[in-house]
Each structure stands twice: as structure tokens, then as C-alpha cells.
Ligand binder design. Structure first.
Ligand SMILES: [Zn+2]
Length: 122
């Protein structure tokens, strides 16, 4: 199972566009100055778009129900999954590679540890 380092999580949060993710889920963001707004999927009866997505920070915030967070929080809330699973989904979508888990397999030619153990007479 993949483990997520802070670096991977940071990459997910910064490299995956929240706006594009939201659009891919069928929302149609409306331009609002520098930001984009959609009808909040997290509370009922949001007639005027109150959930604002900021491409600059790649975060969302709803002025109606105060839902807020990153792409990871978005996936957790919209898909009802755990933090880790949300990371996995996003990572797969974006084709990001987890450190240590998806590296090309190298041929085992020089796997022997050959650390010289010279006695230097301390
Ligand atoms: Zn809301």
C-alpha cells in the first residue's frame, strides 16, 4: 500500500487543479473576480453559488456552510472517502508517482552491500 509523505501530499494539493477537478464532477464554475464560484454540494438549497474556489491557493470555501479545504478535502467530502484513499484517487488521476512504490524495477545486479569495513585502528 502506498504511503503518503508530506511531500506527496503537498504535490497533490498544489499540482492538481481543484477547479478542473470540480469541473470534471459536472459543476460549472462561474467566474467571480479572481476566483470561481459554484453551488455548494455540501449544503442544501444553495441557489446562488456560495462555494468559492480560488485557483491561486487551490482551495475552496463555502460562505453558506463553511466547508473549506484543499483538493484532498474536496474528494473526501464529495466521495465520502478517507484522507488516504482520497490521496490515492488524486494521485492516480494525476499520474503522480508515489516515492518508492512505483519506480521502475531495476535489475538486481549490484544489490550486494559492499560497504568497506576497514579497521582504521581507531
Ligand atoms: Zn456549503
Amino acid at each position: 500500500m502506498a504511503r503518503f509523505t508530506d511531500e506527496t501530499i503537498n504535490r497533490i494539493k498544489t499540482e492538481i487543479s481543484l477547479l478542473r477537478l470540480v469541473e470534471s464532477q459536472g459543476h460549472q464554475p462561474k467566474r467571480q473576480g479572481k476566483d470561481w464560484a459554484i453551488r455548494c454540494p455540501f449544503h442544501e438549497g444553495d441557489d446562488t453559488p456560495s462555494l468559492v474556489i480560488s485557483p491561486k491557493t487551490n482551495l475552496f470555501h463555502c460562505f453558506g456552510c463553511d466547508a473549506a479545504g484543499s483538493v484532498i478535502d474536496w474528494v473526501m467530502r464529495t466521495r465520502g472517502v478517507s484522507f488516504r484513499f482520497a490521496c490515492e484517487l488524486l494521485q492516480n488521476d494525476a499520474g503522480l508517482v508515489a516515492e518508492g512504490s512505483a519506480q521502475p524495477v531495476k535489475k538486481n545486479t549490484t544489490t550486494k552491500l559492499s560497504i568497506p569495513r576497514q579497521s582504521r585502528g581507531l
